[in-house]
Design a protein around this ligand. Sequence first.
Ligand code: AMP
Length: 616
Amino acid sequence: MAKIPIDLKAGEIKKDNSVIVGIDLGTTNSLVSYIKDGKAIAVKDKSGTNTLVPSIVSFAPSGEILVGEQARMNLILHPERTIYSVKRLLGKSYADIQGRRSKLGYTIIEDDTDALVKIQIDDKFYTPVELSAEILKFLKQRVEEELGLPVTKAVITVPAYFNDTQRQSTKDAGKLAGLDVLRIINEPTAASLAYGLDNLNDGKIAIYDLGGGTFDISILEITDGVFEVLSTHGDTYLGGDDIDNAIIEFWMDKYGIAEIAVMDNKEFSQAIRLTAEKAKKHLSFNDKFSETLGGVLFEINRSEFDSIITPIVDRTILSVNQALKDAKLSIEQVDELVLVGGSTRIPIIKSRLSEFFKKNVNDTLDPDEVVSLGAAVQADVLAGKNKRILLLDVTPLSMGIETMGGLMDVIVPRNSTIPIKVGRKYTTSMDGQKNLKVAIYQGERDLVKDNRKLGEFILKDIPPMSAGIPKIEVHFIIDSDGILQVRAKEERSGTESDIEINNHLGISEEEMGRMLLESIQHAEADMKVKALQESVNEANYIVNASKKFIQQNTSILSEDEIQEIQERTSKLKESISSQDKNSIQSAIQNLNAYTTPLAHRALDKNIGDAIKGISL
Ligand code: AMP
C-alpha cells in the first residue's frame, strides 16, 4: 500500500534500484551502512580505516561547518563553537534540560520554558534538528562518494525510549539533509536484525548497549517477524567515559597525584584522559598496560582494572534486573543476548553478562557498527530486495492538524503501521476562547497550505478559561480498513466532537510520489519558514505573558522595572515585524534575562503569602 519508488533526480516515479542506506545517528559516534551482495557493510572514511564519525559539529570562525574528526579537534581549541552530544537535546525543551546546561562547553540559551532548546553561536541560533542534519549530510556524502551514486533514502535508528517529538525531530533532520527517511527504527531492533534474530519464532531478546556516555538495556519480543519493545531501562549518563574516569582516579590514588594538579592543567588533564582510554582499550586484549607520561610510569593490570569497573558493571546489572521485571520475564525466558556499543568489548562485561543470563553472547559483529548494519538490513527489506521480514500495512503519508501560524503538526507519521491510535494534547491561544477549529491534513510539508486537506470540524462550547488552561486531547484513530477518525475532547469540561474520514487513501500513487518529492525538494525553505513561525509564536506568547506579569505584580515591581520590561517588550514586538528568526530570538533572550529574576521574586512573594495564609 505504501511503497513509492521515486527518482528524485529525474523528479518522477518509477521502479527504482537505488540503494537505501541505514544510519546510526549516535550520541558519540554516527555511521552509515548499506547492503552489498546481500551483506551489510559499514562505510569507511577516505583512508579506509574508520567507519565511525564523531557526532560533533563545529562552526569555524570563518563560517565553515566542520563535522566528525575535524570538528573533534575544535573541542579543545573552540569549545564554545563546537557542539557534541546534540542527540541528548533532540526534541527537548529548556525545562527538560534544567541542571545539565552548565556542563556543556557551548551556549544553550537561558530559559526555563517548554520551548524547544536552541544553541547560540555568535548571533545565530541553531536547533538540534539543524545540527543533526549537518551530521547526516556528512554521512550522506560519505556513502555517495563510496557508491558513486546519489543517495536519497534512509532508515535511521533511535533509542527505544525516544518519544514522538524526538522521533519526529530525527525525521526532520533527515529531511533537512536531503534524505527521505523511510522509517525510524529502534536501535535494539536494528541490532537484532543485524544478527538475523528476526528469524526467531516467538523469541525474547535482551540487548545490552554500553556506549561512550549512555547505557541502555532493552527487552524485545519477536512474533512472526514483528518486533515489540517489552521494556527498556538504563542510565543516560553512564558509559565508557565513566570507566576512563575510574582509571584516572585509580592512578591518582596509586601515584599520589592531587586532583588540583589534574584539574588545573588543561593539557595534563586531556593527556591523562587519553592515556586512560588507551589503557582501557589495551586491556580488552592484553593483561597489562604501562606508559610514561610527564615523567611518571602509569601502570594498570587486568585484575586491577576488573576490580575498579565492578561497581559500574553492577549498576548496569541492576538495570537489567529492572528491565526483566518490567517485561515480566525470568532470566531463563530470554532466548538471545546481543551486545552493542564500544564498551561491550571489555572481557569482564561479556563474562558477567554471560554468567548472569546463563548463555553465550552475540558478539561476532563489531559492537560499534551493529546498529547501523541492522538499519541497512531493514532498508533492504523496504527496498523490496529482502523478503524475509513481514511488512505490515502502513500509512502512506503523514497526517496531522493545523497549529498556530499555519504549521502542520504531524500526529500520525508516514509509514506508521495500522491499526493505530495516537493522541496529542493542545490548548487555546486566546483568553476566553470558546471554539477550536481542528483542520486535518495529509502530507510531508511543514506548512498546511502545501499539504492535502482531509477535513475539519469545530470543537464548540469550551468553557471560558485563560489561554493555555484548557486541555484538549486530539486523537487520530485508524482502523485496519484504513478509516480515519479524529476526535477532540476538552478534558476539564468533557466537551467533545469528532469526524470520520475515509478519503485519505483515495490518492493516486503519482500524487503521493509528487507530494513526497516536493517535501524533500523544499525541505530547507520549509524548515526556515517553520523555524521563523515558531519563533513568532514564541515571541507573541512571551509578549502576552509579560503584559500579564506586570498587571499581576505591580505591588512588587518598581516604576523603573516596569518601564524596563515595557521597553524590552516593545523591542521584542519590533523584532517580530523584522521577520528575522535570529533577531526575534535575541529579543526573547533579552527580555527573559531581565524578567527571570523578577519572576523568582514574584514566586517567593506568592509562596510567602500562601504560607501566611495557612498560619492565620
Ligand atoms: P560508542 O558510543 O558505542 O561508539 O562507544 C564508544 C565507547 O567505547 C568509548 O568509551 C570507547 O572508549 C569504548 N571502547 C571502544 N573500544 C573499546 C575497547 N576495545 N575496549 C573498551 N572500550 C572500548
